[in-house]
Design a protein around this ligand. Structure first.
Ligand code: DGY
Length: 325
């Protein structure tokens, strides 16, 4: 039997491309050409090969226009990401196309990046690094680059799913008290002593450190706005490793300038890779290029999970493990 055709929109780790090429008539993107940001181009290439599946990634433009233009041969879209806000699920449903993601396998890596940002922000590590690299460091000084200690502070985790709970486990090791905000209270075995807040106000007032783990999309758009930032204790630390759209950049930049927010650590941006110009001039913000899941092991695991889902649908005609639409 002929292998189903698979359009792979981005360059993927070697083991994943090899597996895709073994099991599918795969059209890869070995040079990582940026056509995946153009939905019409994705649809055109899918039609060109008569794709049964599309293996896409975070940031690809799988919007309603793209999905509407996919050829009828497409039965599955597997995204190489846990987030799926770049895929129009309603459009996929309307076309009877299954959509899958890659949960669980990137939990530790993404929580590690949140912790990295938290520590870099509160200990002013970015500023220190820039000082040394600029050859401006004149030696140890008692009052140089003083940060804030996380020990004994309250960490508010917004979104207490797998990643949020894993960050909580790590932050307990730093001696932090864990607070969280989620749609509902979790059972004690998942809370592990974390304190649930049933209002944004109570949660934000408690959060000396705030780490955001929200999905993207209209429902969370600009969630952290000026009004909510004002509820944070003065001198708070803000970390975002979820989706950039959930922060109102103008409001955060104003709070970083005024000192109401002591420092921030960001891995994701509204409209990335474009980043709000205001951040570049600020010393008290750590800017990472969406590194959440970027470890060799994690990216391999994500690729295998995406292919497992495609195999279930396209090779075995079974329900996939991670169907989101
Ligand atoms: C995801 O998987 O959604 C990440 O943001 C990409 O690492």
């Amino acid at each position: 039997m002929a292998k189903p055709a698979l359009l792979v929109t981005r360059k993927l780790p070697p083991a994943i491309e090899a597996r895709a090429a073994r099991d599918y008539a795969a059209r890869l993107n070995p040079q990582d050409e940026p056509w995946a940001t153009d939905g019409a181009e994705i649809a055109r290439r899918a039609a060109e090969i008569g794709a049964a599946g599309v293996l896409c990634a975070a940031g690809d433009r799988m919007d309603a226009a793209c999905i509407g233009a996919l050829p009828a041969s497409v039965k599955a879209i597997a995204t190489f990401s846990v987030g799926f806000d770049h895929v129009d699920l309603a459009a996929a449903k309307a076309r009877g196309i299954a959509v899958t993601n890659t949960p669980e396998v990137l939990t530790e890596a993404t929580a590690q990046i949140a912790l990295t940002l938290l520590l870099m922000a509160c200990r002013r590590a970015g500023e220190g690094e820039r000082l040394v690299r600029a050859r401006q460091w004149r030696g140890w000084a008692p009052t140089q680059l003083l940060g804030l200690t996380p020990e004994g502070k309250r960490l508010g985790i917004l979104g207490f799913g797998r990643i949020g709970r894993t960050l909580a486990r790590m932050a307990r090791g730093l001696g932090m008290e864990i607070h969280y905000r989620d749609l509902r209270r979790l059972p004690p075995e998942l809370e592990q002593g974390a304190i649930w807040h049933d209002t944004d106000e109570g949660f934000l007032r408690a959060s000396q450190f705030l780490s955001m783990h929200m999905p993207g999309g209209e429902a969370t758009r600009k969630w952290l706005n000026a009004e909510r930032i004002a509820l944070l204790p003065r001198g708070a630390i803000v970390v975002n490793s979820g989706r950039g759209g959930s922060v109102d950049d103008e409001a955060l930049i104003a709070a970083l300038r005024s000192g109401h927010v002591f420092a921030a650590g960001l891995d994701v941006y509204d409209g990335e890779p474009r980043i709000h110009e205001g951040y570049y001039a600020l010393e008290n913000v750590v800017l990472l290029p969406h590194l959440g899941s970027a470890t060799v092991e994690t990216r391999d695991a994500m690729g295998h999970r995406a292919l497992d889902n495609l195999d279930a649908i396209l090779l075995r005609g079974e329900p996939p493990r991670d169907r989101v639409a």
